[in-house]
Design a protein around this ligand. Structure first.
Ligand SMILES: Cc1ncc(COP(=O)(O)O)c(C=O)c1O
Length: 329
């Protein structure tokens, strides 16, 4: 992703902490498209990143800046994949990483955090409870807290999702992007990228409509979007197998809701049964190892089309944000 270094927080002469993140394929999915009645559906395959998810982009940027600023110790609360990415990039930079994750996180994800040398602390609760523990640890030890939107650089790394998509489509953009959202860094990062590209004169026409997909068991953004409010009310008792979407009170709620509304997009919730079936479609019809969150993006696109929000002839891009194997026992 550092081919876009002029758009990223990296000064001349500085070297990034990198494992080769970004540069992921944008795949046509003809069988899935035919099954669900889309003419031009593509999947951006973020499971191909080092550490198996799009979280590599944000954490590469955050660890790069923290290391250059002299940090010795980093901490993150995570639904899972951000913890894997922090552990790996901290190891790459020679720094210590403490990771707070729910005890219910899939075992393969916890195993990856440990295998990269992350100091893993399991929390009886959700990512909000992990966030409290991470802030207490940072206050006590001086560790740098790289939680979603509590430092500025993870979003900068996520911008490369949008920059890369524009370049892969010949400096044009699709009509709509359907993205599964928990904390919202992916959506907000892409929105920022499109605004910067447009300001720089690199893009013509309107930016894509952005749609957020959430799990029916944790859908604070969908509820706020439908209620017309500009912030989310915390979701009680969040539950979903798409653990990355189990974020009951996202800090980026206002930014996300603004991006959805200003782009002319929206928000939709899908059940765990539907998102699991959609992940299976991507696996069995296309050979793409979709995570439950990637399945959610496809299930959301199908639902949006059924509601008339997406037209079958439109150019639609969905993101498989992580690799499915991380969720298998
Ligand atoms: C695989 C996967 N997809 C999507 C998300 C949602 O992330 P965000 O809303 O911060 O972009 C996560 C977050 O943990 C994730 O791990």
């Amino acid at each position: 992703m550092w081919r876009y270094r002029e758009w990223l927080p990296l000064a001349d002469g500085e070297a990034p902490v990198t494992l080769g993140e970004g540069g992921t394929p944008l795949l046509a999915v003809p069988r899935v498209a035919a099954k669900h009645g889309f003419r031009e559906l593509r999947v951006k395959e973020e499971g191909a990143n080092p550490t198996g998810s799009f979280k590599a982009r944000g954490l590469a940027a955050a660890v790069t800046r923290a290391a250059l600023a002299g940090a010795q110790r980093l901490v993150v609360p995570t639904a899972g994949n951000a913890g894997v990415a922090l552990a790996a990039y901290a190891a790459r930079a020679g720094l210590a990483a403490r990771v707070y994750a729910p005890a219910t996180t899939p075992p393969a994800i916890l195993g990856q955090i440990r295998s990269f040398g992350g100091d893993l602390a399991l929390v009886d609760g959700h990512i909000g409870d992990c966030g409290k523990a991470a802030r207490a640890y940072a206050a006590e030890t001086g560790a740098v807290d790289v939680s979603t939107l509590r430092e500025p650089y993870r979003i900068e790394g996520k911008k490369t999702l949008g920059l890369e998509l524009a370049e892969q489509l010949g400096w044009s953009l699709p009509d709509a992007i359907v993205y599964s959202t928990g904390g919202g860094t992916g959506l907000i990062g892409m929105w920022k990228a499109f605004a910067e590209l447009t300001r720089a004169g690199w893009l013509e026409g309107k930016p894509p409509r952005l749609y957020s997909v959430q799990a029916a068991g944790c859908a604070p953004v969908v509820r706020a979007f439908e209620a017309g409010t500009d912030a989310c009310a915390p979701w009680p008792d969040p539950r979903t197998i798409a653990v990355g979407l189990r974020v009951p009170a996202p800090l980026g709620d206002r930014l996300m809701l603004r991006a959805l509304r200003e782009s002319g997009g929206g928000a939709v919730a899908v059940t765990d049964a539907l998102l699991a079936a959609a992940a299976r479609d991507l696996q069995t019809l296309e050979g793409i190892d979709a995570s439950p969150e990637g399945g959610a993006a496809l299930a959301g696109a199908v639902e949006l089309k059924a509601r008339g929000k997406l037209h079958p002839d439109e150019r639609v891009v969905i993101f498989n944000t992580g690799a499915g194997w991380l969720y298998r026992a």
